[in-house]
Design a protein around this ligand. Structure first.
Ligand code: PLP
Length: 420
């Protein structure tokens, strides 16, 4: 099941009223579902030392969503100055914020260490000498290259731009110690939308092995490890959900063994985006046109400006039609927006119920990397965001973009240089 059945059952009966009040299109997020997922994480990892989720802000950077994360005790993972500002506005202070930037500029470092600071998660050895002042607490992002860990191959990070190579690890921590760092973390982010929990277990095993290796050489203890995000969600009806309990149990075992062998354990952090909010968002849109040429097309009143994933990754998002029997898919159609790009399609050759103009479509699992990835190409404006509260109310949490937003950056002081 893509979006949770309970959200579907709660949303469907009220959706017509929400559409009538706010108008389409909109993303609508489910506070109840987000809290349930958060609580499941907390419960699953309750026996792992210092477990904490740092919500990956880029997945759904809305202040009201970040507020929910804060009340669950979560921190924030961010990588740009606006994301830092958002995290601090949501009440994140110091150790609540992990700054996992890459190709970092001096301005970003300055913003990260100022205003109450954060946990700096550094992406490259050369950045150590560029930090204005080495904080006491520092973390480094590790890239294992195309190494195997245990029996599993964990992707092919040798081609990815992130992190510190294995050869550089000891020199990196040594340099940080020399500059005054006293508390240490180790981070890796090696998966994306991964449904096999063994990947996360293997990442944990790899990080704990590295902690032991670095401690053996440099004598430092680690305050935490951070296994990153990348926990997957079932976008397709046939996908099997990630087994979070099995993942937590195996990681708990790794921790027990590590503690026995080393007399201490680092805290356990993760920074999930998709897993926390992905299934708890829906893009609601109205069918406005039907077109029959070589294929059938259903034209809707939004486009890839509101959800890029199908267009750029060919990602599957499950679609249902309000009030129709969605087990009876009699029509095969492409569901399209109006952007002048042929990849502006939410579904390609998808079996769907018969759709008429005015029908309401639910494009599911848009709660992460949905609205946030939107853009204005072709003069397309992003839709509003709503929050379906646990008390049953529906709240506007971001208005739709307007033409004046589109023109806002054309409002500036004249500035002409005559170089000669
Ligand atoms: C994008 C990102 C995440 C979140 O990824 P999900 O797939 O949404 O869990 C976490 N950490 C870092 C460093 C990221 O860039």
């Amino acid at each position: 099941m893509p979006m949770s059945e309970s959200y579907y059952d709660r949303l469907s009966p009220v959706l017509k009223k929400v559409v009538d009040h706010f108008g389409t299109p909109f993303h609508i997020y489910d506070e109840t579902g987000i809290r349930e997922t958060g609580q499941q994480l907390i419960d699953a990892f309750s026996r792992v030392n210092g477990f904490r989720e740092f919500y990956a802000v880029k997945a759904l950077p809305n202040p009201k969503i970040l507020e929910i994360m804060k009340t669950m005790g979560f921190g924030f993972d961010c990588s740009s100055i606006p994301e830092l500002v958002l995290s601090r506005q949501a009440g994140g202070r110091g150790d609540d914020i992990m700054f996992t930037s890459n190709n970092t500029s001096m301005d970003e470092f300055t913003a990260a260490v100022g205003n109450g600071g954060c946990i700096l998660n550094i992406d490259d050895i050369t950045l150590i000498s560029k930090i204005p002042k080495m904080p006491e607490r520092i973390c480094f992002r590790y890239n294992p290259g195309s190494r195997r860990t245990g029996n599993s191959i964990i992707g092919n990070p040798a081609e990815s731009k992130y992190g510190i190579s294995h050869d550089q690890l000891l020199d990196t921590y040594r340099a940080a110690i020399d500059r005054g760092a006293r508390h240490f973390g180790l981070h890796a982010m090696l998966a994306s939308n991964e449904l096999n929990h063994e990947y996360m277990v293997e990442t944990t095993r790899m990080l704990l092995d590295l902690v032991k290796f670095i401690t053996g050489d440099l004598g430092i203890q680690f305050e935490f490890i951070n296994i990153g995000g990348g926990l997957g969600i079932p976008y397709k009806p046939e996908d099997k959900p990630l087994d979070i309990r099995a993942m937590a149990e195996e990681i708990t075992d790794l921790y027990t063994q590590f503690e026995k062998a080393n007399g201490y354990v680092p805290k356990f952090y993760m920074e999930s985006g998709r897993y926390m909010t992905g299934p708890h968002g829906v893009l609601v849109t109205k069918a406005i046109n039907r077109k029959d040429i070589y294929r059938k097309y259903i034209g809707v009143d939004t486009c890839m400006a509101a959800l890029m994933r199908p267009g750029i990754y060919g990602a599957y998002h499950h679609i249902t039609v309000l009030g129709k029997n969605n087990d009876k898919n009699t029509t095969v159609a492409d569901v399209v927006g109006s952007l002048c790009e042929n990849n502006d399609k939410f579904a390609i050759q998808r079996p769907l119920p018969e759709i008429n103009e005015g029908d309401i479509l639910l494009i599911q699992d848009t709660g992460a990397h949905g609205h946030a990835m939107g853009f204005n190409y072709n003069g397309r404006l992003r839709p509003r965001e709503l929050l379906f509260r646990t008390d049953g109310s529906v709240e506007l949490i971001r208005r739709e973009e307007t033409i004046s937003d589109y023109f806002a950056t054309l409002n500036f002081e004249k500035d002409v240089l005559a170089p000669s």
